[in-house]
Design a binder for this molecule. Structure first.
Ligand code: HT7
Ligand code: ZN
Length: 844
């Protein structure tokens, strides 16, 4: 396959000032008629004419009314064109009903739907499918369906047709069309300058009861973007459509966002608190793209983090404002470490702004998204809140309507703040997680912190340069009082010392508060000090971090030295769990043990080959020890946090439920699931029902509840995804692969539906002891199904290949078994470009 390089960028030869598309919808023979007005790009002398196009049947092509006689290839076409402006007219035929890749125009449950990011538009018609070609679109849809939608504002409609016009120039990846039998829940939002925007959330008949929350989240997002960033919505209409078959969470098409139904449909009976929070965040994310992505887009796909990093940062700020700031920060860091640090530590490590790719879909990663957001968070800390928003105002003003680069973004911050950001820019161009080591010195009332930074080599990048690292530090006295409040240190050298004068005692430092930079911090400390910080740190993130470090230390010693669960840890955990002055959501997070994958990553980083079975055993033993240590407290903790008011998915109630369910899960280890069974029987919401079901399965008493659950929910595909996933996720290590395989044999397992496929195989990858079971069954079952799915849906298959990306952590037997499976995948005839690239990178 061809490799694309950032350094090869050239501007487009022709720009477009008008696009007209007509769709004559038919499941296996949709006609797309395009009329495109091209003008020579004054910024280049290149006049070669190339249009992307894949899997299209060309019916006719004309230039200024004459036959175009194009030369066709598998990637597109070329033709002789005038050296002045001209009109291209073409008709193509496509087959949405057989499009299982879910890119371009496809069908889902009788509904037509599009997904064009990143390069799906070329499967709809011939076009310069690159984000730096922006144009206003006029769209006519002809089809015998009640609802016909496209981007922008409606122009006109009649029986079996509708016309839409989007005045805002956009790249083809933001094009969307939806047609089907849909029902809307509607509302309005009045912008701060007085425009009334009509809002619709479109769903399949039967799903109308799950729309209220999404619509409110949209209104909250619109208001927040006005209040915080001064950004108003710019059309008369905002449509959201829920679709069942979708490769990712959602898509920000201009004025017509399309959502995976799992990322928008919610009701208390069918959705957990975590689902509600995720939905609110995704709705905000897609809405915020209207400015950061749509009005200002990317010049090319290497600049993906320009829109994604910034939009993730914005949706994180939103959730933090809507809910709890510390809880959101802790959850984001947990996610970053689980997914992005893992990526950075393995064969898939890449820059926040990659420099080459074979298939861009493989770069919608935690590095581009989540590390991209962390980089913006560091800029925010370094320049301060006032300058950050000044720079953003300048960005919106300077670049509205443009397709931009990271250089443009950095230049705005340099111009707005007068800072030289040359070194800071390395965060975009250097892969890998920096390791920051700190040592301390106390001499005559002077306290020195010596920092060293090091980034290990990553694929293709053997040498690393020092980065600018904002390190937020606070100092505490031994009585727990804070003697130096949070101060931001700016590290720029490979090794650097920061001094604090005028202290009367040697302080206890709280370093990297708020997780001020995406680094791994190393400090020679002890559990007494960790327990002190867990009890006294005023920074909630570091308070939580101290507890987490304690738990990790205990687990690592249990695994590597065979020690017993540490009573000091158990006491500290108990004290924190029962501390009513702390937010229940925070306490629930602090009581959760590090994930098995996190422990494997930690062991590997310290030179120990992780044994997934030993990790599984240690986590189980420690959880039981916590349960026994707290056995007299658990019923009261559960009762005190049981919500008796009617269900609300807000932060306060969900925090209490999280803590109560943590108590329930511990209690279930002692009472064989009796309390969980009572909760299951009484539950009137999915959070309570699902957590009780999990406890019952873990206690080995889940068979009845699983059967009842299926009976109750067999008609609800999103709830049934939970049922599928839970059984694999919680299966005993030796059973996990068999459970997954057995579930695929059911009639309601449909590999064409990414949610259902991910429910089963995402859960298999998320059950580390099951996936890495010494029998190799986990690897084999996963590979069997990735091979099957590749023919159907390469994008989802490629994403799931990352289950294997940690293979070098493990022992020789496991490595050999994984290598065999990767080779088996690689040998599949006609393996997609997506999966070929992933397997090659993982095996390299
Ligand atoms: N910008 C979107 C990224 C995306 C996508 C979404 C759905 C299906 C396929 C997709 N490929 C890329 C989603 C986002 O970041 O908001
Ligand atoms: Zn996005």
């Amino acid at each position: 396959p061809q490799t694309f390089y950032l350094s090869d960028y050239t501007p487009p030869a022709f720009l477009i000032d008008e696009v007209s598309l007509t769709f004559r919808l038919a499941p296996e023979a949709t006609r797309v008629i395009s009329r495109i007005h091209f003008v020579p790009n004054p910024d280049t002398t290149d006049r070669s004419f190339f249009l992307h196009g894949e899997q299209l049947k060309l019916i006719s092509a004309k230039i200024d009314g004459h036959d175009a006689n194009p030369t066709l290839t598998a990637q597109g076409l070329t033709a002789e064109v005038p050296d002045h402006e001209f009109t291209w007219e073409a008709e193509v035929e496509i087959s949405p009903a057989t499009n299982t890749a879910l890119e371009g125009l496809y069908m889902s449950n009788g509904m037509y739907c599009t997904q064009c990011e990143a390069e799906g538009f070329r499967k709809i018609t011939y076009y310069p499918d690159r984000p730096d070609v922006m144009a206003p679109f006029h769209v006519r849809i002809e089809g015998d369906l009640p609802v016909l939608l496209s981007n922008g504002n409606p122009v006109d409609q009649g029986e079996g047709w509708a016309e839409w016009s989007d005045p805002w120039p956009k790249p083809a990846y933001l094009f969307a069309l939806v047609a089907g039998d849909l029902r809307a829940t509607s509302g309005t939002f009045t912008t701060r300058s007085g425009n009334e925007v009509a809002l619709n959330l479109w769903v399949r008949p039967g799903d109308e009861g799950k729309t209220e929350f999404g619509l409110q989240a949209l209104k909250d997002s619109m208001k927040w973007d006005e209040d915080v960033y001064g950004r108003e919505y710019d059309l008369d209409l905002f449509n959201i459509v829920a679709v069942d078959d979708f490769n990712m969470g959602a898509m920000e098409n201009k004025g017509l966002n399309i959502f995976n139904s799992s990322a928008v449909l919610a009701s208390p009976e069918t959705s957990t608190d975590a689902n509600f929070e995720r939905i609110e965040g995704i709705i905000a994310h897609e809405y915020f793209h209207n400015w950061t992505g749509n009005r200002i887009t990317c010049r090319d796909w290497f600049q993906l983090c320009l829109k994604e990093g910034l939009t993730v940062f914005r949706d994180q700020q939103f959730t933090s404002d809507m809910r709890s700031e510390p809880v959101k920060r802790i959850s984001d860091v947990l996610m970053l470490r689980a997914r992005q640090f893992r990526e950075d530590a393995g064969p898939l490590a890449h820059n926040v702004r990659p420099e080459s790719y074979q298939e861009i879909n493989n770069f919608y990663t935690a590095t581009v998204y989540e590390k991209g957001a962390e980089v913006i968070g560091m800029l925010f800390r370094l320049v301060g809140e006032t300058d950050y928003y000044r720079a953003l105002d300048m960005y919106f003003q300077r670049h509205d309507g443009q397709a931009c680069t990271i250089e443009d973004w950095i230049a705005v911050f340099e111009d707005a703040t007068g800072r030289d950001l040359t070194q800071f820019k390395r965060w975009y161009t250097q892969a890998g997680t920096p390791h920051l080591t700190v040592t301390e010195e106390w001499v005559n009332g002077k306290y020195n912190l010596h920092f060293k930074q090091e980034t290990k080599p990553t694929p293709g990048q053997p040498d690393k340069q020092p980065l600018v690292i904002p390190i937020a530090v606070g100092l505490l006295a031994h009585d727990g009082s804070e003697i130096v409040p949070t101060t931001l240190l700016e590290m720029t050298e490979a090794a650097q010392t920061f001094s604090f004068d005028g202290l009367t005692e040697r302080p206890i430092p709280s370093i990297l508060r708020e997780f001020s930079a995406p680094v791994v911090l190393h400090r020679d400390t002890n559990n007494q000090e960790r327990a002190f910080l867990l009890a006294h740190d005023t920074d909630p993130f570091n308070k939580w971090e101290a507890g987490r470090a304690l738990a990790k230390d205990v687990l690592v010693r249990m695994i590597t030295k065979g020690t017993k669960p540490d009573t000091g840890f158990l006491d500290a955990l108990r004290q924190m769990a029962l501390d009513d002055t702390q937010d229940p959501a925070f306490r629930a997070l602090a009581m959760a043990l590090p994930s098995q994958d996190d422990i494997a990553q930690t062991l590997f980083a310290s030179g120990v080959t992780p044994d997934p079975m030993a990790i599984y055993g240690a986590v189980k033993t420690l959880s039981r020890a916590i349960a026994e240590h707290m056995k007299d407290d658990l019923p009261a903790l559960l009762a005190a946090n049981t919500v008796t008011e009617p269900y609300q998915p807000n932060a306060e109630q969900s925090g209490k439920r999280a803590l109560a369910n943590t108590a329930l899960s511990l209690l279930s280890k002692l009472d064989n699931g009796a309390a969980a069974q009572a909760q299951y029987d009484a539950a009137d919401n999915m959070t309570q029902q699902l957590s009780a079901l999990s406890c019952l399965i873990r206690a080995g008493a889940g068979a009845d509840a699983l059967a009842k659950f299926e009976q109750q929910w067999h008609g609800d595909r999103l709830v049934m995804d939970k049922w599928f996933g839970l059984q694999v996720m919680l299966a005993e290590p030796e059973d996990a692969a068999r459970v997954a395989q057995t579930l695929t044999e059911r009639d309601d397992f449909d590999m064409k539906n990414p949610n259902r496929f991910r429910a089963v195989f995402g859960a298999l990858a998320g059950n580390p002891a099951g996936f890495h079971h010494p029998s190799g069954d986990g690897y084999r079952t996963m590979a069997d199904w990735l091979i099957k799915l590749d023919t159907v849906n390469p994008q989802t298959t490629a994403r799931m290949c990352s289950a294997f990306d940690t293979w070098k952590r493990y022992d020789a037997d496991r490595q050999a078994m994984i290598r065999d499976q990767l080779e088996r995948i690689a040998a599949k005839p006609d393996l997609s470009r997506d999966v070929t690239e992933m397997v090659e990178r993982i095996m390299a």
